[in-house]
Every structure is written in C-alpha cells, then in structure tokens.
Design a protein around this ligand. Sequence first.
Ligand code: S3P
Length: 449
Amino acid sequence: MSGHDTPIPMSSRRSGPLSGVAEVPGDKSISHRALILGAMAVGETRVSGLLEGEDVLDTAKAMRAFGAEVTRTGAGAWSVHGVGVGGFAEPAAVIDCGNSGTGVRLIMGAMATTPITATFTGDASLSKRPMGRVTDPLALFGARAYGRAGGRLPMTIVGAESPVPVRYATPVPSAQVKSAVLLAGLNAPGRTVVIEREATRDHSERMLRGFGAEIAVEDAPEGRIITLTGQPELRPQTVAVPRDPSSAAFPVCAALIVEGSEILVPGVSQNPTRNGLYTTLVEMGADITFEDPREEGGEPVADLRVRFSALKGVEVPPERAASMIDEFPVLSVVAACAEGTTVMRGVKELRVKESDRIDAMARGLEACGVRIEEDEDTLIVHGLGAGGVPGGATCASHLDHRIAMSFLVLGLAARNPVSVDDGAPIATSFPVFEGLMTGLGAPIVRTNG
Ligand code: S3P
C-alpha cells in the first residue's frame, strides 16, 4: 500500500495501572523472510504466527508478482508455494513495497541475480530512504539499478544474466544490506561472503540454514564473516514466527512508566541480536522477569513479566545499538520518565529509518517539556522522573509507526495528554496496537470524531 490518504490523529492521557496479558503479533523481520525464502523454495512452506501488518502484506503481494503462490489459510497462517532459487518470473507491474525498507531491500536482493527486470516503489517515507546501500553490492553480482537521484525509489533493477559471487564488507551496520547480499548470493554460483563489523539481527542466517542452504558464520578480528554457498535447492519449511520483541517494547515500556502496572507479555523473542532494549531497561532498574525461557521456531523466547519501576538514566554502550536499533524511540520516552540523564551514542542509523528518528523524537519530547541534546550520531535525554513529564503537545509521526506509538506511550505517564498527528502508520507493524493497549487499560483514543 502506498501511503495513507487519511491521517488518523490519536491521543493518550495519564493512565491508571496497566494490567493483563499482552499478546503482541509475530516478528516483522522473520515474517518478511519466511515469505521470501518460502517463495525461493520448491514446494509448500507453511507459516504460522505471521505478522499481518501492511509491510508484510506488501511483501506477500510482491512474492505473488514474482510467481509464487501465497495464500492465507487462517489467522496468521499462510501457505507459500515457491518457485525455487532462480525461478522468479518477471513481474507484470510495479512492485509497491509501501512503507517497508526491509521488504524492498530484501526483495531487490532476492531478484537481483535472476535475469528479470523489476521496478520498485513505495510511500513518501520509503521514497526518501537510501537504496544505494543495497544496489552498490548488488552491482558487484552484475545487477544494474536505475533510480531517482541519491539512489531513491522508484527504482528499476535489471537482474544479472550471469551472476558472480561476491565478497562484501557492509559499510553500515544493517541486517537489510547483509540479507540482500545473502539472498542475491543464493542464485550466484560459488561462495558469497558478507563481513559485518558489528553483529546485526541474524534471522536470515538462521532461516537460510533452516531452508537447507549451506551457510557458515565465523567470528574473526574483522567482524562476523558469513559464507553462503550459492545455488542450493531450498527445502520448504514449517515456520512458527515468534512474537516481535520490537512490538513488545511498547506495552513493556508503558507498564514500566505507568504507576502500579503489572503485565505479562508471553512468547517474546530473546534473540541476542535483538534484545539490547531489555538489557538496557534492566540496567535502568526495570523490574522485568524473564519466565519460562525456551526455544520456539528456532528462536529463544521467554514470557516477560513487567512491573512499574522507578528508573534511572544510563549510558547505552554504542556497540549495543545494532541489537536495539528500532527501540531507541521508545527508550527515549522511558528515559524522559527516568531520574537523570540517558545517553544514546552511535545511533546515526536512526536518521535513515522510516523517519529521521533522532529529530522526530527530539522535537516531540521537547514539545512535551523534556530537555534534549543531539548531534548527528547522539541523542541525550534529561529525565524528569516518574510523573515528571509535562506533556500537553501534539507530536508529528512523520509516517513512522514507531514514532507514533512511542508518543502515545509517553502520554500514558505524562501530566497532560499527548497527541500524534497521524497514527495510521501503526498498521504497518502493529495493527492491533490500539486494541491491545486499551485492553491493558491504557486510555488511547482516535481524535478525528
Ligand atoms: C530489519 C533491519 C533493521 C531494522 C528494520 C528491520 C530487518 O534495518 O531497523 O526494522 O528485518 O532486517 P537496517 O538493516 O537498515 O538496520
């Protein structure tokens, strides 16, 4: 879906204690990958717990356009009949990835080593985001990219006729870039190698192995070295998608800052490449217990019991940034409700997400009475303690789901209501956010009549 025609203004106000069970939806990263790898295997892949948010639904549509049969068989239950590695058909129309950077970048990788041409587009947010970080390594395989100035969408990719394997050190810590290269490497003969200086989320590596690809991961002085052997026959899988730790972050952080709260968030992925927020919250003094740790769908998961906590500011080590890159907006809200200063360094990747998240959070928090310092790579929040944030502002969500949800969480603990100009983007990753949060007792409402 390309953009939302009608904004949905929303607002939240100071909440009584939150309580109950928050069953957050399936992991967005894993959901995209399950559909794409399912489409690249021969035979039927069955997926349960798929995130049925707009981003993932756009990827499902795209996989159909490349020739896979993708069917919804029940709530969160999907079946994908794939066409095999190198079996993608040329799409008849433009591929619209909506708001999803993960969708467009991974799909570009998946098609770049097949001799077909595809044109990609997206909404106003996605059309501002850099694609050169993906098309540069795809060019090494032999693919060509023709886009707008600065490597922006809409963009046409002409897949390589005779792809060659590549060795590529990612210049930015990005799981999307790493995954695009690995997916392209699937249809190149020989070994494709990706080297990442800092570990980013490893769902592609785990799932490629699960689908039967030969993939080796080695920790070396220059970073993580991932070696994929090309042209495997991927075997269809049954994929159980665990709940998304990035979505769980919103009810978890809300419970931490709303006095008297206690909630349970079951079955949340605790993949170490994703759990930096939880480590940070515990360092801030959060009362979170990780109950019944277990393995589900090849990922470590636990049930999180979360109670309101008096929190203190911390310094987040920059080397932790990649493992919590999507959680800095909501962490900055928690930091505003903590005593003392929280320093987030090494976060410049936030500037090229669905919005410039450093700028979006800084401006909204300032409007709510919180003192902020920032530079290109840093966000510093001067906390006002529990119940100390004045609130009383309308914040711009900039077509960014996580910015909208973060400010609605802030309103639950602020002295005055907090509004967002547009909550529509929430549907990209967390379509049940409103019902789930109000079910816990959170006063979050739509304000357009
Ligand atoms: C994702 C990787 C991250 C993250 C995004 C999902 C993925 O982006 O922000 O929400 O599924 O690979 P980058 O790879 O650009 O850091």
